[in-house]
Ligand binder design. Sequence first.
Ligand code: GUN
Ligand code: ZN
Length: 428
Amino acid sequence: MALNLLLGQTLGFTGDPFQQPWQEVTRHRRDGAVLVEDGHIRAVGARSTLTTEHPQANITDYGKDLIIPGFVDAHVHYPQTAIIASWGKRLIDWLNTYTFPEEMRLSDPDYAAEVAGRYLDIALIHGTTTMASYCTSAPGSVTSYFEAAAKRRMRVVGGKTCMDRNAPDGLVDTAQRAYDESKALIDNWHGKDRAVYAITPRFSPTSTPEQLHALGELWAERPDCLMQTHLAEQTEEIAWVRELFPNARDYLDTYAQHGLLGARGVYGHSVHLESREVDQLAEIGASVVHCPTSNMFIGSGLFDLMGLAQAKVGLGLASDIGGGSNFSMLRTMAAAYEVAQLRGMAAHPAQLMWLASEGSAKTLHLQGKVGHLGAGAEADLCVLNLNSTHAIDQRGRNASNFWEVLFPTIMMGDDRAVRQVWVAGQPL
Ligand code: GUN
Ligand code: ZN
């Protein structure tokens, strides 16, 4: 097996910078090296040490570029790739006007395959190597997604989006079909190569209690799967959930009552949570996913990053394509920084970088496998040029430490900052 040695600056984490001082859990090396063999990271260390210990390795010298794990985007809708940046609607109108008609088009397997490939290629050029995607209610859209990912050798999470009410006829299934089709897809895909299945009820407004219950039973039968859904994204949506589920204590309870609350549950958005919901999420060990560009684009609200971290709820970061307005996790980190500022807190660049890698991986129960720069992790890597534009470069030249060099790329960078991506130990 070929040994590859990548030289450059390296940045990794040994712990969670929201729970411990970032200085204690951050590992930055100016003269760093990453040893890759057989699709895995074998070692991360000093350039001088690893070049001496592995004289036979093929060396790629990235100079001052920063080697990090490929970004992990914990909540996207690949079928919405072609409707990103659709103007002028809030959540429910946005779904009815733009999203559902486009998702219906993916009932054509050829179109689904084309969009899946297009989405994954766009993600990769932005340095995102793993994502958790909703597909459509058509099982073929799930097959297209996992096939496109397998072709690119990517580790991805996905699932059939289940809906049996409040959506067009061409998209709704039934409780039984949601169960049967999801189960067949789990049998076909979960654990195959790098695929991970997430049972995916879209959100409470588009599932009857019967469908939520059927999917809760499926999750109980297949507890090794993830479960992804939306939670408390927008105030009008929450009012609608209250009407549809008069007996539920709150939004989270609509899931809990049907077996859809668990440690492997991933709850997108979670902008307007009641304190009872926060406590229950923390107690169960479930995760929420911050989708800052989407929450601003659709007008949903300001996610309580620091409050949820303090409550010890699992935290990931996501673009939420196509409600989100950018494929780049750098742009997404910038938006997370700005939203935190609007809530009176400054997120440290170490915290932002952790969210886009380790944090998101942990929400998907892939910690140590992806989003991690350390021995044993899968070798999905992103090499960032920290001087990718004149505007960034001139700010970096004025910097007095590494974080001041990195932060302008977080705030102003995009796909131009991505010098190289490695997937499963191979450069693209
Ligand atoms: N809530 C239910 N479905 C969706 C979706 O596709 N995008 C967003 N942002 N929120 C949702
Ligand atoms: Zn979503």
